[in-house]
Structures are given as C-alpha cells and as structure tokens.
Design a protein. Structure first.
Lengths: 172, 172
C-alpha cells in the first residue's frame, strides 16, 4: 500500500486517527503497561474516573510507555507513581487491546517482592488504592458490579491461577 | 459538563473521535463480543490479517454488536459467520478494551455443546480456522510468537482454568 492512500484525520496528544484506502479507520495509540501486584492473597487495584467511559473503574495500575522507555521501566514507573510501591517485574503476557481498529499493545507484568517507593500520580489522575481478593474481582467484573479494563481481567485471571498454584504447592 | 465543551473531530463507519474540554481525546466505538469454544481440550482460534496492527493475529472469534442485537445474539452470529459453528452461550466476563481513551466494551462468552451452523464471513474478512491447546496459546502470546487481542488472552486464561477444573473433576 502506498503512503498516499493513507489519510491522516487527526494527530493528538494520545491518539491519532487515519483512514487507509478510503475505508479502514485506524487509531494509533502509544503502547501501555499494566501491573499485577499480589500481597497476602489480595491484588492491588486502583479506582479512578475514566472520562472515556463516563464511570469509575476498578483496574490494576496501568499507564502509557514513554518514548525511550522499555515496557519494564514503564511498569516500574507507573507502579511507583500510582501506588508508591515497586517490585521485581516478570512479563505475564502481551496483547493488542483491540486490533480491529487500534494498534495499542499492552504488556502485563507480575510485580514480586513489593517494597515502598516514592511516587506521585500524574496531576490528571485521581486514584484510590484498594486491595481485593482476585476471585471477588472476577465475579464483580462478570456481573457488571465493577467495570474493568482488558489488562485488569488478564491480571485477575493470572492472579487466580497464581494463588491456586501456591495453594497446591503448600499442599504438596 | 455541557455539550458544547465536546468537539467532534470525526464520525466514521466504526469509530468516532471527540475532544472533551479541549484536552480529553475520546474514541467512540461499538461494543463487541468474543467467543471461547472448546473441543477435546483445544480452543477455537481464527488467524487473520489485522490492518490496524499490520500483522496476522491469532484470536478467538470476535466481532461488533449490531444495532438492536443483544451481546448473546452477536456472539452466536459471529461464531456461525466465522466458523460455521454454534453453541449454548454463557457470559464469562465483560471489560473495556482500553478505558483511558475508548468506550468499547467487550463481552466474552463460553460456547458449549458446539454444533454445525451455516455462515459466511464478512466479505472484508479472510479467516483461517485453527484449534490450539490453550497452554500453547498462552506461552506463544507471552513470548510474542503469536499476536493476540484482549479478548483472546481473557478467553485463553478462562480455557486453561476450565480444563484444569475438568481434570480435577475427573480425578475426584
């Protein structure tokens, strides 16, 4: 496909929009990270107002990867900014949030050996920190009692799996 | 917030873009469904070119909810269109694909009691049907050997959980 068949509609701060070959609408968006942090069988969640959906969501800590940052660096920065914690990061998975129209790639990390870290949320963010049992989060998301994100459901399912494996190891 | 503080930049076929209060970029997108279908320990996947990410992805069957359709109706229609199968649908979860900038809500269903159904993919779709072990899909997504979507990782984690539970029930 030649470049001149792509029409750029908008170039903004976090998204840009183009139309390819007069029909394919494509949203360009920075890649992002999300972090699963577990302590005493509970997962670290943030509650915040999401203007795009007009509601407060319950999510795991997450944010965009800045220019020049590795996904792991971004995960460490976001975790400390949003929750004043840091940890050792292991990649759990990566996926496109919605590849039918958008190129945003999400990396989900497990943070282990949690310890205190300095940090302040972005001025646009108004976050509440909460710790929840992953099984409760899973059923609240399914029933619509809580609204979550793609990385939240992925992190929650990994958390359930992780706790199950720990339980089996203790039994063995 | 009054209506005149929202500026509509673009209204397209599948996305529209607005800027709220001169700074919040919001993409509006139809809600969507994805389907986990399991048979003999393998999950139903579709391989397809996704122009927005410039690559072939490995995903579970998925698609947009049409006007007037329930999520369950859409799941049945998409499953039969893409794979010529139908099944009994149970909601596994729902989540926003990327609530930081977009209002797309995804519903993931489990399809059980699979049976043949007539169906033809949309003319824009060029799909290959594949059945995979969910554990293989999980590691291929993590390692970047396969590219997937948010609903694919959610469906895959549910599949692993489902197979584990079936195994435990057989043991008990």
């Amino acid at each position: 496909m030649s470049q001149d068949q792509t029409q750029t509609i908008y170039q903004g701060k976090i998204v840009s929009l183009e139309v390819q070959e007069g029909k394919w609408e494509v949203v360009r968006h920075a890649h992002a990270v999300a972090i699963l942090a577990l302590r005493n069988g509970k997962m670290l969640c943030v509650r915040q107002l999401r203007r795009a959906v007009g509601a407060h969501t319950l999510e795991v800590p997450a944010g965009l990867i800045d220019d020049g940052e590795t996904p792991e660096d971004a995960a460490n920065r976001e975790l400390s900014e949003e929750t004043n914690l840091q940890g050792d990061m292991t990649l759990l998975t990566r996926f496109y949030s919605s590849p039918g129209f958008c190129d945003e790639l999400l990396y989900v990390f497990l943070a282990e050996n949690l310890r205190d870290a300095p940090g302040t949320p972005d001025e646009d963010e108004d976050l509440t920190i909460e710790w929840h049992d992953p099984h409760d989060v899973l059923s609240a998301l399914r029933d619509g009692r809580e609204l979550g994100s793609a990385s939240t459901i992925a992190a929650t399912l990994f958390a359930v799996q992780h706790l199950q494996q720990s339980q089996e190891q203790r039994r063995a």
